[in-house]
Design a protein around this ligand. Structure first.
Ligand SMILES: Nc1ncnc2c1ncn2[C@@H]1O[C@H](COP(=O)(O)OP(=O)(O)O)[C@@H](O)[C@H]1O
Ligand SMILES: O=C(OP(=O)(O)O)[C@H](O)COP(=O)(O)O
Length: 403
């Protein structure tokens, strides 16, 4: 992959450089609750601006369905990016429309603009090659050079990630280069025992990587929204919990294969349950009950791992030499359901293991719960992206940056 150093050889002053970042940060209303993903790409943007480039930054936020939705606007991110860069960031309130064209045309050398959410355009995520290509053609008119630095989205075959770099001279940004350097080590020389902790809410995406992880990991600990498909596969009631019904046969097969191959699956022994989903903005107390994982009431859902599970998971991480963790153990955004995630983070710090924490929300959780991010081996900005990288897959957004 070419780097910014390679691009710099031809000079960047006066060139419009499109930076595909992952600025998909957690928001409560218009308040950014963790700006880690913005800080992670600031060095790349600052460096390009210092070289005199006209920097056009673009990202997705959340999962809007191809049309504008106010709650997924990147406007709050433009302000924060400006504060972190120490310079004004002009915000274009569309992606390839009049506002974007005018804002980019008005950029002076060394100035920065942020475009509105790429996913407000159906072409960004379309499975139809021609539709994606048409959107990439429109994006290409806004730039002379492409820098891919949205590591968290490199596993997505999306127009700005995959199709656009084919249309412009391109290189990897400093964040992608740094992420790949660390994760590459985990694919080559992993010290054992190797434990993987999986949780979070993107259950279908992440269940798919377990097949391969079983070839690599000695132990797989399951929490968060992932846990209930496993508990159900074992025949337990999971009430109103997140459940990937169509994956039950696959999960049963994983459990059977794990037993055969000596890969240990560690599942919750107790969980916190409640009726309904907690209000993450008001954060009013919800009085959850702790129940055994095989005795969940049919009218309630699991929102965190329980105290016995926290102890069990800490013991399974204490003697690991390498740990990869993606996905919070519960709905950590609400204080009633943050203890499981806190316990796993603490267990990683107490363990001598080299620990990699990956994922927008996992990384945010570690910081929001007050842990020192520098105390972990590596905090990756990508969850699905790092899991698929570890799987050995060709990631569209990395392949597109190759020469
Ligand atoms: N039991 C659960 N039920 C519903 N959502 C959950 C549960 N456990 C965790 N979550 C949610 O998972 C989300 C993060 O999932 P995900 O996006 O997969 O992680 P990451 O961004 O780290 O890859 C958090 O917003 C958290 O509230
Ligand atoms: O948050 C992200 O991924 P992650 O939750 O796996 O870390 C990325 O921004 C990708 O978002 P997507 O999973 O909606 O494509």
């Amino acid at each position: 992959m070419k780097t910014i150093d390679d691009l710099s050889k031809d000079g960047l002053a006066g060139k419009r450089v499109f930076v595909r970042a992952d600025l998909n940060v957690p928001l409560e209303g218009a308040t950014i609750t963790d700006d880690g993903r913005i800080r992670a790409v600031v060095p790349t943007i600052a460096r390009l601006a210092e070289a005199g480039a006209k920097v056009v930054v673009a990202s997705h936020l959340g999962r809007p369905k191809g049309a504008p939705e106010e709650r997924y606007s990147l406007a709050p991110v433009a302000s924060r990016l400006g504060e972190l860069l120490g310079k004004n960031v002009a915000f274009a309130n569309d992606t390839v429309g009049d506002s974007a064209k005018a804002t980019v045309a008005a950029l002076g050398d060394g100035e920065v603009t942020l475009l509105e959410n790429l996913r407000f355009n159906a072409g960004e995520t379309s499975k139809d090659d021609a539709e994606r290509a048409a959107f990439a053609d429109q994006l290409a008119t806004l730039a002379d050079v492409y820098v891919g630095d949205g590591f968290g989205a490199v596993h997505r075959k999306h127009a700005s990630v995959y199709d656009l770099p084919a249309r412009l001279p391109h290189a990897a940004g400093d964040l992608i280069a740094a992420e790949v350097a660390v994760l590459k080590k985990l694919t080559e020389d992993v010290k054992r025992p190797y434990a993987v902790v999986l949780g979070g809410a993107k259950v279908s995406d992440k269940l798919a990587v377990i097949d391969h992880l079983m070839e690599k990991a000695d132990r797989i600990l399951i929490g968060g929204g992932m846990a209930y498909t496993f508990l159900k596969a074992q025949g337990h009631e999971v009430g109103t919990s997140l459940l990937q019904e169509d994956q039950l046969p696959a999960v049963r097969e994983y459990l059977a294969r794990g037993e055969e191959r000596g890969v240990e699956f560690v599942l919750p022994v107790d969980v916190l349950v409640s009726t309904g989903f907690p209000d993450l903005e008001a954060k009013a107390p919800t009085h959850p009950q702790t129940v055994a994982a095989d005795a969940m009431p049919a009218d309630q859902g699991g929102l965190d791992i329980g105290p016995k599970t926290c102890k069990l998971y800490a013991s399974k991480l204490a003697d690991a030499a390498t740990v990869f963790w993606n996905g919070p153990m519960g709905v950590f955004e609400h204080p009633d359901y943050a203890d499981g995630t806190r316990a796993v983070a603490q267990a990683l710090l107490d363990s001598p293991a080299f620990s990699v924490v990956g994922g927008g929300d996992s990384a945010a959780a570690v910081r929001i719960l007050g842990f020192d991010e520098n105390a972990f081996g590596h905090i990756s900005t990508g969850g699905g992206a790092s899991l698929e990288y570890l799987e050995g897959k060709t990631l569209p957004g990395l392949a597109a940056l190759e020469d």
